[in-house]
Design a protein around this ligand. Structure first.
Ligand code: CMC
Length: 396
């Protein structure tokens, strides 16, 4: 297809300039999360991330994100109980998952299972606060169960049922590994979920809001966000970080690896962020979690490789404002917890569903369907020709 040359990058009617990737373009108003990328500050509903990570729990934080205030004791107890009561998934969902190919990526399995909930819970009443509450509870409760179920199913085993005596994070680790986790491991995992629960208008959250803006069902909203999170430039980066650490192998090789990758214009996975120009505050907290885990459960030499890469990257990428992001250290924690590498992004989704649901709710409160414009760069109008008169165009 012939491309027009010298296309004006301003929109003809509005005069607004095209910004690839919508870099710096506000696309919504939101009261959920704030990022100060220059100073490395992150707040959920005004509360600093560090404060929440030290004192809160994932379910309390999810409640805060979705309803705007920290829950009272009663509200939290009711929410935790409701989530606990809805952890089980229908045998039909489990049977459907048994038909998924075991070789498929767990994010694809999660996207399909999340979307399937719309078939099982087809009532739609987005103006009813009780309906919103029930949807939130159902999704937060069932997503971990579906992630753990696929893990066992693909190994040829039957999924194990949630245990009512275990709290949210401990129960997930139990369903996944079939062992009751050490309380410290469960606590650190819960903290990881808090750190990943929300991050303003990132790609998957934008996807969730666009889908929500059509007033479709909330399961479709979450399924579209899961699909977006799966990509290696977004949630999928945490898998690639571990592959990179293994490839580098020893701390001595870190600087050489970076030089080669930068010369070849390859991205260093787990580095860089559209918003942060300093080290991601979540990476700072995660690094301390890694240290706590290793002090208790034994050292992982890939951590030394990671530290060496971070040190070598300081002079090479730091001047461009490229520092470790949340994905750089999260994989090391998950690895120590016995979570398989291709479940790192589904685990990210378990956490981020809280943020997606908060944005779903906020979007419904002041909805206008997303419908941006484009700068057309294709052919001018032309006339259809019969196949025998056409000549092959060179590949674009
Ligand atoms: N390694 C090396 N160079 C980088 C990196 C990196 N990780 N990230 C950005 N750059 C360079 C890039 O090459 C470009 O340089 P130049 O101007 O010389 O061409 C410049 O920085 C701007 O890069 P960009 O890709 O236009 O930046 P962006 O804001 O569009 O992308 C990003 C942000 C996160 C997609 C990108 O930094 C990246 O691809 N990082 C690696 C993947 C990753 O770790 N993703 C997880 C992000 S945090 C968790 C999440 O949101 O899911």
């Amino acid at each position: 297809m012939a491309q027009q040359q010298n296309v004006d990058l301003r929109h003809a009617r509005t005069g607004i300039e095209l910004r690839p990737g919508l870099d710096g373009v506000p696309a919504t108003q939101s009261a959920i999360c704030d990022i100060d990328g220059e100073r490395g500050l992150l707040t959920y509903r005004g509360y600093p991330m560090e404060d929440l990570a030290a004192n809160s729990s994932f379910l309390e934080t999810a409640y805060l994100l979705i309803w705007g205030e920290l829950p009272t004791c009663d509200e939290l107890a009711r929410f935790e109980h409701a989530v606990q009561m809805h952890r089980r998934v229908s045998f039909r969902v489990r049977d459907m998952m048994k038909c998924f190919p075991a070789s498929g990526h767990p994010m694809d399995a999660l996207q399909s299972s999340a979307a399937s909930l719309g078939l099982f819970y087809s009532r739609r009443a987005i103006d009813d606060p009780q309906y919103i509450y029930d949807v939130v509870v159902r999704l937060i409760a069932k997503i971990p169960t579906m992630v753990a179920a696929f893990q066992l199913i693909r190994k040829g085993q039957d999924p194990i049922q949630p245990r009512d005596d275990l709290a949210y994070s401990a129960n997930f680790l139990y369903m996944l590994t079939e062992r009751e986790p050490d309380p410290l491991a469960a606590r650190i995992f819960d903290r990881c979920l808090m750190l990943h629960a929300e991050h303003s208008l990132n790609a998957s959250t934008f996807s969730a809001r666009v889908t929500a803006s059509t007033l479709t069902d909330p399961y479709a909203v979450v399924a579209s966000a899961v699909g977006t999170l799966a990509g290696p430039l977004h949630g999928g980066a945490n898998e690639d970080v571990l592959a990179m650490l293994e490839e580098v192998g020893t701390p001595e090789k870190a600087a050489g690896y970076l030089d080669e990758a930068i010369a070849a214009k390859r991205k260093i996975m787990g580095f860089g962020h559209r918003e942060y120009k300093v080290k991601d505050p979540r990476a700072v907290i995660l690094q301390s979690q890694v240290e706590e885990m290793f002090a208790r459960f034994g050292h992982d030499q890939l951590f030394d490789v990671a530290r060496a890469i971070e040190a070598a990257a300081e002079s090479r990428l730091g001047p461009k404002g490229i520092y470790p992001n949340v994905d750089f250290y999260s994989g090391l924690v998950y690895r120590k917890l016995g979570i398989p590498r291709d479940l790192f992004t589904p685990v990210f989704a378990i956490a981020r569903v809280a943020g997606w649901l908060a944005h779903w709710r906020e979007q419904l409160g002041a909805n206008r369907i997303f419908r941006p414009s484009q700068i057309y760069s294709g052919s001018p109008p032309r006339t259809w020709m019969p196949p025998e008169e056409r000549v092959s165009a060179p590949a674009a």
